[in-house]
Write a protein that binds this ligand. Structure first.
Ligand code: UDP
Ligand code: MG
Length: 327
């Protein structure tokens, strides 16, 4: 249970080429921290951690200026682009505070939900999920692909919170348990529900980007979806076995029927290229698909076995407390 002392809050903001939105986002986040501190909900020493995920624009320069101008801003610069999930993870591993909230730099997630998250934390919740109830600001295609992803994930037994992305509060206890998951293929939306601590949800409407462009194209979304499914479910491998069994049984049935027809001297009514040609292509396609799925898991195992660091810190505006990952 959190103590009655005011909690120190840390906001984790992953940034990749966010120069356009960063100055205004930083001010909005700072005002949010100030208002929460004035309300007495959090300690005045709460901070905002910007994790620069290999930006090619002025993002780091802006972060450094912010950190110089105000103690409440901290910058952590990764050596290159590691991806959103790893940038959030790096922030979580290095930020200080009793509760940490991850939020995107474009502030598409409503910062006013932070108040409610902190209240939920004060009531003893170690994890508070931000859940989007209104996604009308997202393009139709994005909403459609997101629904498809949640549906397939659910079908394959991956436990995620629908319409929750990476806007969430984690208590210090949750973060320290999370740090025991040494996954190279990291999918926080899948890992966090596995922590199994007391959790709750807060609801908000998602707004359009303040500026700049989305860094998640179709390929990235497909990649994240495949990552989410294959990191948490071996169901696709089972489906392959089941498909193989069904095809085998059907073929055996056809084989027996053909044998009977030949022995009984029945004329076989099926003629032409279709009965031979179509199964060849169908099975060829299925086999390649199956090899691809198996390959996906082998690739994952390969990456996990190598267990390379999932992020590397080039520098930070304050000393980071885990020198082993700091170069
Ligand atoms: N981001 C990141 N590394 C990446 C891609 C994105 O740190 O490789 C950050 C980005 O700066 C933003 C957040 O992740 O703060 C979400 O990205 P974006 O807004 O582009 O995604 P969308 O909201 O369109 O899903
Ligand atoms: Mg966004």
């Amino acid at each position: 249970m959190p103590s009655s002392k005011k909690p120190v809050l840390g906001l984790i903001v992953p940034c990749m080429n966010e120069a356009e939105v960063l100055p205004s986002s930083a001010q909005s986040l700072k005002s949010k921290l100030n208002s929460l501190a004035e309300r007495g909900s959090i300690a005045a020493t709460s901070k905002i951690y910007f994790v620069d995920d290999g930006s090619a624009d002025e993002t780091w320069a802006i972060i450094s200026l912010l950190a110089d101008s105000d103690d409440c801003f901290v910058g952590i610069k990764l050596t290159r682009n590691f991806g959103h999930q790893y940038a959030v993870y790096a922030g979580l591993m290095h930020a200080q505070g009793d509760a940490l909230i991850s939020i995107d730099a474009d502030l598409q997630d409503d910062i006013n939900a932070i108040d409610e998250m902190v209240d939920e934390y004060s009531q003893g919740n170690d994890i508070v999920y931000g859940v989007r109830v209104d996604r009308h600001s997202d393009r139709k295609f994005k909403r459609w692909t997101a629904s498809l992803h949640y549906w397939i994930s659910g079908l394959l037994g991956v436990r995620t919170i629908p319409n929750h992305a990476d806007f969430r509060l984690l208590s210090r206890k949750a973060v320290s348990i999370l740090s025991q998951y040494r996954e190279t293929n990291l999918y926080l939306r899948g890992v966090v529900p596995l922590l199994g601590l007391q959790s709750s949800e807060v609801y908000y409407a998602r707004s359009p980007r303040l500026g700049g462009e989305s860094k998640y194209g179709l390929i990235d979304m497909l990649g994240l979806s495949a990552q989410g499914i294959t990191s948490f479910s071996i169901m696709p491998l089972r489906v392959i076995s089941i498909v193989g069994l069904v095809v085998f049984l059907i073929s055996t049935g056809f084989g027996l029927w053909a044998l009977y027809a030949a022995m009984a001297g029945l004329s076989t009514p099926i003629e032409g290229w279709a009965p031979t040609g179509i199964p060849i292509y169908l099975l060829g396609g299925l086999q390649i698909l199956a090899i691809g799925v198996v390959g996906e898991y082998i690739g994952k195992t390969y990456m996990e076995v190598k267990s390379r660091p999932t992020y590397l810190i080039e520098k930070a505006t304050v000393p980071t407390d885990s020198p082993k990952e700091t170069y």
